[in-house]
Design a protein around this ligand. Structure first.
Ligand code: 5GP
Ligand code: MG
Ligand code: MG
Length: 189
């Protein structure tokens, strides 16, 4: 199985410095977190909002493990640093659902500065959500700017540039079946 994955990823493996979490570790941790959510939202119909594009692979794996009659929706947000050096978030594609009275679970690939998730949480509460919980694949606490934490994070990440399992560099590497550190030489030239 390992050899098979190596062969599938022969175009990308050379760009990776080290593997941080492999598929087996992700599977085990997603089983735990999904069981926690299944228990917590028992009998409810939470709305899982996946933050595109980075969270799509994590979300897909998570919702299949959650034994709930849930609703799935998508949002595309981009965060950029403006002249005032504060994070601005733009909604590029909004959810289709009315969030009034709903229990929202935001699924995100990684919380870094926290700008994106602080913005989305506030927005969903303003729209009348009953509750908003943040579930992240990775939490990068060292570079946090906003006063916010994920409610659940699968793993803590070091302050390095990570790719794979949804995380991209310039649109690539999202389909790697592991989370890895990208070699500096790949993005520094
Ligand atoms: P925040 O608003 O928390 O600063 O931004 C989070 C977003 O920044 C993530 O959803 C992700 O798109 C991007 N990001 C933060 N750290 C990394 C990283 O290590 N690798 C990649 N590929 N994207 C990251
Ligand atoms: Mg993201
Ligand atoms: Mg990105």
């Amino acid at each position: 199985r390992y050899l098979k994955l190596r062969r599938v990823n022969k175009q990308m493996n050379n760009d990776i410095e080290s593997v941080l979490y492999d598929q087996k570790q992700l599977d085990k941790r997603m089983d735990e977190v999904a069981a926690e959510l299944t228990n917590e939202y028992n009998g409810k119909d939470p709305i899982v909002v996946s933050v595109l594009t980075g969270a799509m692979i994590f979300t897909s794996d998570m919702v299949k493990r959650m034994d709930l009659k849930l609703t799935l929706d998508l949002i595309k947000a981009s965060s950029y640093v403006g002249a005032e050096s504060s994070g601005n978030v733009k909604i590029e594609q909004d959810v289709k659902s009315d969030l009034k009275g709903r229990d929202v679970i935001i699924m995100e690939d990684i919380m870094d500065t926290g700008h994106t998730l602080a913005y989305l949480k506030k927005l969903f509460l303003e729209r009348g959500a009953n509750s908003v919980k943040i579930v992240c694949m990775l939490d990068k606490p060292e570079t946090r700017v906003e006063d916010i934490k994920p409610d659940i994070a699968c793993f803590t990440a070091p302050n390095a540039f990570l790719v794979g399992y949804g995380l991209d560099y310039d649109g690539h590497y999202r389909n790697l079946p592991y989370i890895g550190v990208l070699k500096k030489e790949v993005y520094s030239n």
